[in-house]
Design a protein around this ligand. Structure first.
Ligand SMILES: [Zn+2]
Length: 97
C-alpha cells in the first residue's frame, strides 16, 4: 500500500506546484523520482510565481471589464453608465434604450 500513498503525495505535489504557478508535471515527476517529502519541502520554500499571477489578473479583470461594459447602458441625456437592467437613468431619470 505504500506506493499508493507515494503516488498520492506525488499527485499532491503536482497540484501544489500547479497552484504556485509552476509545472505540475516537472514537480510531480521530481517527486516520483526523488522523494515527495523533499520535493514538497523545496516547493514550499520556493516563492510563489506571484508576479505571474499578478500579471494575469489585470488581463482577466480587463476581460471582465469588457463584459461589464456590454451589460451597461449609457444614458443618452447625461452620459451616466447604468446597469443594463435599468430602464431609467438613476441620475437624471431619462429612459434608457
Ligand atoms: Zn441620465
Amino acid at each position: 500500500m505504500k506506493w499508493f500513498f507515494w503516488l498520492l503525495l506525488c499527485a499532491f505535489i503536482g497540484y501544489y506546484a500547479d497552484r504556485k504557478g509552476r509545472s505540475k508535471w516537472a514537480w510531480g515527476l521530481a517527486a516520483v523520482f526523488i522523494s515527495p517529502l523533499i520535493v514538497g519541502i523545496v516547493l514550499a520554500l520556493m516563492p510563489d510565481k506571484g508576479s505571474d499571477s499578478v500579471e494575469r489578473l489585470p488581463q482577466s479583470s480587463g476581460g471582465y471589464r469588457e463584459d461589464e461594459a456590454q451589460e451597461e447602458k449609457r444614458c443618452p441625456e447625461c452620459g451616466y453608465l447604468a446597469d443594463a437592467g435599468e430602464q431609467y437613468c438613476p441620475r437624471c431619470g431619462e429612459m434608457l434604450w
